[in-house]
Design a protein around this ligand. Structure first.
Ligand code: F6P
Length: 498
């Protein structure tokens, strides 16, 4: 590893994670690319699946707020006293807010996302955090990269879209960012073994885990080791209309109606023509063509999801992955997963909502009052389902190929809410209609969504989907999310950073 290449393309950040039972926990990030993305994924995962309040403190945001977004590269020159003082000021402002946040009651996690490339700076941070009395465990996370091509792509596709470079010509912006990077590199010191608990990620391939203990810290280590920041897409769909859907009954294990089968046929075409191919541009001629790409297929263990995939083609082809592995790939090889089975309604399984209201009026009302935590007698709640989906969400973070998930309404609501950044409480009300495919592309700011309606409601008989509680609380999309410049081939999907 060439040290001068370690930091090229990006900078360094810290994140900090805390739990209340004195096993407080701080992360330090020194990440060549995708650091904000990684920090966001960790915080999202912990807050959604583990109900741990988690927040990111990005020193770049403070710097932009205090001194403006368009500072020249010379601002980052370590010999520029004024620039250094300003940057330290921004970093300390973020740190102060982080400490105030951590001092609040209860389990909480914070990610400190800032440039901290020198040992001196890291020692200062450790000291400040320790003397603040937050009693946190501290873990540094450093990510190194010497792949010049990735770093160059990172600059062009990510950095140039940050507020720092929005008003500059691309070539001028690239040159400026490279100068900024050189300034970081001139003082950069990699983490040493005696700097305390840390994890190093080298070229997104090698990991060094040093002296990390504790349930939550190791959970995060596991999460990080499974995570990647390359662009990938998930496709969520419910099974085609089932016999029970038609009758308005919940649960069960019925097969598909003729309309359900028709949806299965259309889904197979969609999988082949839309999910299974990728556009490539010939660098010499500029001509665009389509190539087959490897895809995964997950269903529940229930009949209606498996039947919905019955027409999907499973051709085999040779494939070479970006880590050099080659092998034969079975396209959309079906994988039935028990944790994708629908929320189990216990004694109400197989009943209509009307039946439930009549036979178990108290249960019916309790569910209306708190759909998230309500557990059907001898059945499950949305909270139970969330817990069993945690390992699946981790696996989704790990996969690099597009994944088509043919599931159920309750299950897909949770997965959708996780990736779309919704609060757990909103999840049970998300609209996941039959006959639609929801395309989700996670990125550093959140997640892009596109819906494809493969079959209109009028094309079916009564769809039996007049559930009593289906309205969805509307989510406000932030201005940053609306304005994000998204490049579908972007391998990094980074966020603005220091
Ligand atoms: O109605 C179809 C269905 O998948 C049922 O099997 C399941 O109980 C229900 O949706 C979940 O939706 P809700 O939580 O709104 O009742």
């Amino acid at each position: 590893m060439r040290q001068n290449a370690c930091i090229s393309g990006s900078c360094i950040s810290i994140s900090l994670l805390v739990t209340p039972f004195a096993s407080h926990f701080i992360d330090y990030f020194a990440i060549h690319k995708g650091k904000t993305h990684i920090a966001k994924r960790i915080c999202r995962f912990l807050s959604f699946f583990h109900d741990i309040p988690s927040q990111i403190f990005n020193a770049g945001d403070y710097r932009r707020q205090l001194f403006g977004a368009t500072m020249p590269a010379s601002f980052y020159d370590p010999t520029n006293e004024e620039g250094s003082t300003s940057r330290i000021k921004a970093c300390n402002a973020a740190l102060d807010d982080l400490i105030a946040y951590m001092k609040q009651e209860g389990v909480r996690v914070a990610a400190f996302d800032a440039t901290n490339g020198t040992r001196e700076r890291r020692e200062y941070l450790m000291q400040s955090l320790k003397s603040s009395g937050i009693g946190a465990k501290i873990i540094f996370l450093e990510s190194l990269c010497d792949n010049e091509q990735l770093l160059e792509e990172n600059i062009r596709r990510v950095k140039l879209n940050t507020p720092d470079y929005r008003d500059l010509e691309p070539e001028a912006a690239v040159a400026d960012f490279k100068r900024r990077r050189d300034h970081y590199m001139s003082v950069y010191e990699t983490l040493e073994e005696n700097e305390g608990p840390h994890i190093k990620i080298i070229n997104s391939k090698r990991f060094i885990v040093n002296n990390i203990r504790g349930y939550l810290p190791l959970k995060v280590v596991h999460f990080i080791m499974n995570l990647h920041t390359q662009t990938r897409t998930f496709y969520l769909t419910r099974h085609g209309q089932s016999e029970y859907n038609l009758l308005g009954k919940i649960g069960g294990d019925s097969g598909l109606t003729p309309a359900g089968k028709e949806y299965a046929r259309r889904l197979a075409d969609f999988a082949k023509d839309h999910i299974g191919v990728r556009k490539v541009v010939d660098p010499n001629t500029g001509e665009e063509s389509e190539v087959q790409q490897p895809c995964r297929l997950w269903t529940s263990t229930l009949r209606r999801t498996k039947e919905t995939t019955q027409f999907i083609d499973h051709s085999k082809f040779k494939y070479k992955w970006d880590n050099g592995d080659t092998g034969e790939w079975v396209q959309f090889r079906p994988m039935a997963r028990r944790n994708l089975d629908e929320l189990y309604a216990g004694v109400c399984d197989g009943m209509t909502y009307k039946d439930i209201e009549q036979v178990y009026p108290e249960e019916f009302n309790r569910r209306q009052e708190d759909k998230l935590t309500y557990r059907y007698p001898r059945g499950e709640s949305y909270m139970d389902v969330t817990l069993r989906l945690e390992p699946l969400a981790q696996e989704m973070e790990r996969t690099r190929e597009p994944v088509l998930i043919v599931g159920h309404q309750g299950i897909l609501r949770i997965l959708y809410a996780y990736f779309m950044g919704l609060d757990r409480k909103e999840a049970p009300y998300v609209s996941i209609p039959l006959n639609n495919v929801i395309e989700l592309t996670p990125h550093a700011y959140g997640c892009h969504e596109k819906r494809y309606c493969l079959m209109r409601r009028e094309e079916m008989l009564n769809d039996g989907q007049d559930e009593p509680v289906t309205s969805m609380p509307t989510k406000k999309i932030s201005a940053a999310e609306q304005n994000v410049v998204y490049h579908p081939q972007d391998p990094v999907m980074n966020a603005p950073s220091c």
